[in-house]
Design a protein around this ligand. Structure first.
Ligand SMILES: Nc1ncnc2c1ncn2[C@@H]1O[C@H](COP(=O)(O)OP(=O)(O)OP(=O)(O)O)[C@@H](O)[C@H]1O
Ligand SMILES: [Mg+2]
Length: 335
């Protein structure tokens, strides 16, 4: 990478927060619901037309701001956002500069705005598609409350990002797990939102098949991907993990390698394991969120919501008691 700051950052230990990849995966390797695929293809068409208008037709030389194209990919983990960013770069014959935003922010404390500028510069130098993965932190609003050092840096970061987006003449993709909540100023810059959903049964069956090698992976005759798809509601990422787990299970069995096969039972126990691991993750995320008193505004809103529920329940109960008392009085009078 030619930008010295970025090369320094990517060289830190094994954790790469910014890295350039030569995309290899294509849109054919991704199974998507029809609506998601249509939106993605429209996004790709926009990019191609954009190159024509601002490149060959010369409008890029007349208009120096707002020439970039910004997309957001939103959806649950493991639904193919990163693969699709790679596939888009592949379709355009460009490199992909991936920034793991969540990790970057925690690593760049105090330096985030400066490093954001360097990242855009690196993407421009390499003519790469810039992909901000795990960008949920950007999707939260600029804070308007009393400034803390963190909120000050966050506000500054968002402002710097907006400024860089304005002058960047390339493609930027933000991936988030949240569908909404982008800062309104950000929202205006996003050309297309692509929503990634959890795959349905049909899609899951095709993803199971796509995750194995059509010729080399030794499958036992009892393997039935359709049944796995019906039985386990997993994301594409989960299915990928389950296939690797199943293969390790089959490979670990005794006997000569040549006789080893992945059986349905290997896939089933792997799918179970992946599903329960996800359950534990969700549980711990939930408890973390419950226990977190980090943001005073949301803590206050939570407390307020609890009070409202308590008051509503109390009103409901006293209403019911009143009705019961009236019925009792009516019965006494009738007798
Ligand atoms: N729709 C899909 N079709 C085919 N394979 C998929 C699909 N979704 C996910 N996968 C598989 O799961 C792996 C992980 O997916 P990916 O990293 O793109 O998910 P993601 O949406 O970016 O998740 P995260 O939000 O956790 O970053 C991919 O490398 C791919 O093998
Ligand atoms: Mg991803």
């Amino acid at each position: 990478m030619s930008n010295p700051l970025i090369s320094f950052l990517t060289g830190l230990g094994s954790r790469r927060v910014v890295e350039t990849v030569l995309p290899r995966r294509t849109l054919e390797e991704v199974v998507l619901p029809p609506q998601t695929r249509r939106t993605l293809e429209q996004a790709l068409a926009q990019v191609r037309n954009h190159a024509l208008i601002f490149g060959r037709w010369g409008l890029g030389e007349r208009h120096t701001a707002g020439r970039g194209l910004v997309f957001s990919f939103a959806g649950p983990p493991g639904t193919g956002k990163t693969v699709c960013a790679e596939a888009i770069a592949h379709a355009l014959g460009l490199k992909l500069l991936i920034v793991n935003y969540a990790e970057a922010e925690s690593m760049w404390v105090g330096q985030t705005p400066k490093n954001i500028v360097a990242t855009f510069q690196a993407a421009a130098e390499q003519n790469a598609v810039l992909f901000f993965d795990e960008a949920d932190a950007i999707a939260t609003r600029r804070s308007a409350g009393a400034p803390t050092p963190h909120s000050r840096e966050m506000n500054l970061t968002v402002n710097v990002l907006l400024r860089e987006l304005e002058s960047f003449n390339g493609i930027v993709i933000f991936a988030t797990n949240l569908a909404a909540n982008f800062d309104p100023a950000f929202e205006r810059r996003i050309r297309t939102h692509v929503l990634f959903e959890m795959p349905g049964v049909e899609e899951r069956a095709r993803i199971w098949e796509l995750q194995i090698h059509p010729k080399k992976t030794p499958l036992a005759p009892d393997v039935d991907f359709r049944r796995l798809a019906e039985r386990y509601e997993l994301s594409g990422g989960d299915i990928k993990n389950a296939v690797i787990k199943a293969a390790s299970g089959a490979a670990a069995e005794p006997g000569a390698d040549l006789g080893k096969r992945i059986h349905q039972r290997h896939f089933e126990s792997a799918a179970e394991a992946v599903r329960s691991a996800r359950g534990i993750m969700q549980q711990s995320l939930f408890t973390e969120e419950e226990g977190a008193a980090s943001d005073p505004v949301s803590a206050w809103l939570k407390m307020q919501a609890r009070w409202q529920t308590t008051i509503l329940v109390a009103i409901g109960l006293s209403g019911a008691a009143l009705v019961a008392a009236l019925v009792a009085v009516a019965l006494v009078i009738l007798h």
